[in-house]
Design a protein around this ligand. Sequence first.
Ligand code: DOR
Ligand code: ZN
Length: 429
Amino acid sequence: MKLFLKNARVIDPAQNTDDIMDIVLAEGKIIARGPDLKAPPEAELIELAGLVAAPGLVDMHVHLREPGLEYKETIASGAAAAVAGGFTSIACMPNTEPVNDNRSVTEFIRRKAAEADLAHVYPIAAITAGSEGKRLAEYWDLKEAGALALSDDGKPVMDAALMRRAMEYACSLDLPVIQHCEDKNLSACGLINEGYWSTVLGLPGIPAIAEEVIVGRDILIAEYTRTRIHIAHVSTAGSVRLIRDAKKRGVQVTAEATPHHFTLTDEALAGYDTNYKVSPPLRSRADVEAVKQGLADGTIDAIACDHAPHARTDKEVEFEYAACGISGLETSLGLSLGLVHDKTLTLAQLIARMSLQPANILKIPAGTLAEGADADITVIDPALDWTVDVQSFRSLGKNSPFHGRKMKGRAVLTIVKGTVKYDGRAPRP
Ligand code: DOR
Ligand code: ZN
């Protein structure tokens, strides 16, 4: 099957391209790109004037819930949400039931993803057995089965000595370690950011330092062992500063931020709406500004949405008992384009943080529209006005505080390995 994409504004940060071009796709690859190409015979023509063709977007931090929690999300429903949100590659966290700490779970995820045949799904395996923080999982086995990174997301590794061993072992296998930075003693029974709003609302707080002490500790371990560390969902100004300083010293640290952490502040909790309950919590205005600054100056490498689908029964309970997380795959690009609208980033910078840079961290074959590359392409209409409606989500998780929010810009066509997996273009007259 051949596709001929005509007149797109091709933004390919890997090659510093931002030009009107045509792209020819065949056999799952990009076989030609350039201005005014001749349509190859038998190719299906797709006119893209006025639209942006970007490398397929990559979200390196999602939760797919299968095996074990299929009432929240399945691999197929999560992959469908991914392509509807413009993502051609996603990496899924291991906090399933059972935890992905052994090769049979990793293989199961890959099999289910192949059956769904939508986005590429890359399993992230656990750092420790059962993510219990006591002993390391079998990294060699996990890598061989197809895991491409390690994390105990949601359950940070609290034992510094174990974290050191994990980073050394992972480094020898070239597997990135992704840490959810939260000192459990400092966050204790906290529910929202510690500050003005936790005081006003009478909810126990999680201080910024709960995140920052682990960011600082893991940067020091990475520096000492000369290994690399990836900091998940950076939420505080202090974390941004620590990462910026470490990068200046040459420490191999990378980081990501979520759309909800750079869009919302803890003031959103004023109505006790559990859709705003996330981990790490929404922070102060100063933290939000620092995260945006970190994205602008490259301290934060990637945008990842921490897609955390939950059922109504998990969220419609007392605040204290409600699950943390936002179903994010279908609003991530729309919210992230807000950074372009408010001039924090150029469109090319945004696309780099949502494709090339996470692809480089995970070392997956994605993030470029070079000739010969896999034909994973996201077509974006940056001017399209739309309103978030959770009932139209492909994700089983309807838990989004962005329901009803007006957005500008979204993915209208998602192509994976040369095949259209999502087509949201308006029907032509
Ligand atoms: O909000 C969150 N939800 N943060 C996490 O770290 C875990 C995630 C989940 O699994 O629901
Ligand atoms: Zn997560």
